[in-house]
Design a protein around this ligand. Structure first.
Ligand SMILES: Nc1ncnc2c1ncn2[C@@H]1O[C@H](COP(=O)(O)OP(=O)(O)O)[C@@H](O)[C@H]1O
Ligand SMILES: [Mg+2]
Length: 461
């Protein structure tokens, strides 16, 4: 069946191809070589035959053209069936082109997918901005921090901080790059450093600038901790120093000849100077441990022998408060990887605390066992470990204080700790020694009943 479309296209081609034969007929008739009627018949036959011969080609060409148009519109259609060889050739070239094109499309899609994944896996929030300050795109970290609905919105709708908006505006007006620090209030306040940078070329999606946020919460916290530490350490040292100076002045002046006062003051001065010595010793220990905390100790240590030594050393102190240290250690407690001097500081500090904060007349239980009952992350890293638990019966520690207990200079009751000769650094030292030994410290406490400090240490191979 010939469609009207093909017929319309067929007619001029048939006319053009038959024109030479028709002209010959006209000349022959004009020259009187043939009669008009047979010539007319011949011309008609020529036209008809040309049309018949040409028709399948034209139908095929039309089918190929239709197919190409459908492909161009992205439609998934089957290739047409053709009846002529020349057009079949064109069709096969077209199909080849289509395959190459599709392959390229797939490569492009996977490349885009890869870049999207990469963009989303960046840990810092990132925004791409167009010239109107609208968000062209944002990564997963940005969406998680500032909400899901961002694309196409003005930056001001997502981030209200005026300094950032001002920085973005300046960059969009041609500034080289602007940096701003700001905080996001919330249950956990976060601090960010924002950088707005112009792109060297406008992106295909209209991106002209990038806003990048770097989470500096931890950095600021460390900065704050360092400042606090210096302030705390100075304050702790200044207190006994001021007392010493006061007593020295008194002894030089009004109490110069008072023998009884001198004895009393000297005793207090001795106590204050001892306190300063303890503080300086603890500070030095702490800084020494911190200095090589990243290096795991190489030696082996016999914790059972160590515990017996430390406990014996504290017997006098325990006796003063009518307390006992009861050791209950497994008979074959394996050796651990560690340095004995440092490990001794762990148990010295834990037992010292138990003796100070335990109730008078009670016993301190120290148990030592090989254990498999470990937190999963710790077990994965280390394999078997020994657990040393120091349990006292005392007033215990309220739950809210537990997370801060190992901070330097943190005490539940500062005045009381000072009175008992504490520096507030003992548990900080314990934590750092445990960290260096790739161990774990857990604290369980029931206010009114007592506390258990447990140290896990990986067993030496
Ligand atoms: N066994 C314990 N029972 C009750 N509170 C404790 C115990 N061990 C430590 N603490 C609390 O933790 C604080 C910090 O301990 P630590 O760092 O050893 O400092 P210090 O003993 O010098 O005060 C102590 O001041 C005390 O409030
Ligand atoms: Mg202590």
């Amino acid at each position: 069946m010939t469609s009207p479309n093909i017929t319309r296209r067929l007619l001029p081609v048939v006319a053009a191809l038959s024109a030479p034969a028709l002209i010959v007929f006209v000349i022959l008739v004009a020259a009187g070589k043939i009669d008009p009627w047979p010539a007319l018949l011949g011309a008609a036959a020529t036209l008809l035959l040309t049309a018949l011969l040409l028709r399948p080609y034209m139908a095929d060409v039309a089918a190929v053209a239709r197919y190409a148009r459908e492909l161009g519109r992205g439609e998934e259609v089957a290739a047409p069936r053709l009846s002529t060889e020349v057009t079949a050739d064109i069709l096969s070239a077209l199909c080849q082109f289509r395959r190459a094109w599709r392959l390229q499309g797939e490569e492009m899609a996977s490349l885009i997918g890869f870049h999207e994944t990469l963009f989303d896996s960046l840990p810092s929030p990132l925004f791409l901005l167009n010239a109107q300050r609208r968000i062209v795109r944002s990564n997963l970290a940005a969406r998680n921090t500032f909400g899901r609905q961002q694309q196409g919105r003005d930056l001001a709708a997502v981030m209200r901080n005026p300094d950032i908006l001002d920085a973005a505006d300046r960059v969009l007006l041609g500034a080289a790059g602007v940096q701003v620090d700001f905080g996001i209030p919330g249950p956990v306040e976060r601090e960010f450093r924002a950088m707005v940078e112009p792109l060297p070329h406008i992106g295909i999606d209209g991106t002209v600038a990038v806003l990048w946020l770097h989470d500096v919460t931890a950095l600021k916290q460390i900065e704050q901790m360092r400042a606090d530490f210096v302030a705390n350490a100075s304050h702790e040292l200044r207190t006994p120093l001021a007392a010493l100076l006061g007593f020295i002045e008194t002894l030089q002046g009004p109490a110069h000849d008072d023998a009884e006062a001198r004895e009393r003051f000297l005793a207090i001065m001795y106590e204050q100077a001892s306190r300063m010595t303890r503080l300086v010793t603890d500070l030095l220990n702490l800084s020494r441990i911190e200095l090589h905390e990243h290096l795991r100790p190489a030696g082996r240590a016999d914790v059972a022998a160590l515990l017996r030594r430390v406990a014996t050393g504290l017997e006098l102190q325990a006796g003063r408060r009518k307390m006992r240290i009861e050791l209950d250690l497994a008979e074959t407690l394996p050796a651990v990887i560690g340095e004995e001097d440092e490990l001794a500081q762990i148990f010295q500090n834990l037992l010292d605390n138990a003796l100070k904060y335990g109730r008078e007349g009670t016993a301190i239980e120290v148990t030592g066992r090989l254990t498999n009952d470990l937190p999963p992350s710790f077990a994965e890293r280390n394999g078997p470990a020994i657990a040393i638990a120091v349990k006292d019966r005392g007033e215990g520690i309220a739950r809210e204080h537990l997370p801060r207990l190992t901070e330097r200079f943190f005490r539940v009751d500062t005045a009381r700790s000072r009175r008992l000769g504490g520096t507030g650094l003992g548990l900080a030292i314990v934590k750092h020694v445990v960290n260096r030994h790739r161990g774990l410290l857990t604290i369980d406490s029931v206010p009114g009943e007592g506390s258990t400090f447990t140290v896990y240490l990986p067993v030496a191979a």
